[in-house]
Design a binder for this molecule. Sequence first.
Ligand code: HEC
Length: 124
Amino acid sequence: MSKRMLMMSVAAGVAMYGSAAMAGDPAAGRAVFMSSCSICHSVQAGQNKIGPSLFGVVGRKTGSEPGYNYSPANKQANLTWDNATLDKYLTSPRAVVPGTKMTYGGLKDDTKRANLIAYLDTLK
Ligand code: HEC
């Protein structure tokens, strides 16, 4: 195989892996949720714990879970929790919602984050 061919197949492999990671694996994401989020968040509709219920979170506006006492920062962030916003937020919550009372440092692993968001997207 020529060096150029080798480079091209490596690039194709990376691109394929990249899109698979972006799509995310909800089953793997559920495990991430159980270990990293479930201590503060329920996935049952209307069940608020330390944090608001995350049922239906994908597509909803910041600070809109009924009966949950949000910080002013989260309440007034005026964002929609779509995949891209969740991706940034879960990498570094304080970077996206400065002043949030969510004391979670962030999930830096891209694959785990994509899996987690794929799982959140099933909660509806
Ligand atoms: C230590 C407790 C804690 C952990 C762990 C935690 N959260 Fe939170 N989360 C909160 C609190 C408290 C809020 C409300 C923040 C506010 O009002 O400022 C929140 C808010 C949120 C919001 C905004 C919801 C809305 O309705 O606007 C999302 C999304 C979220 N958390 C997702 C997650 C995910 C996903 C994880 C796991 C990676 C996680 N959180 C881990 C406590 C936590």
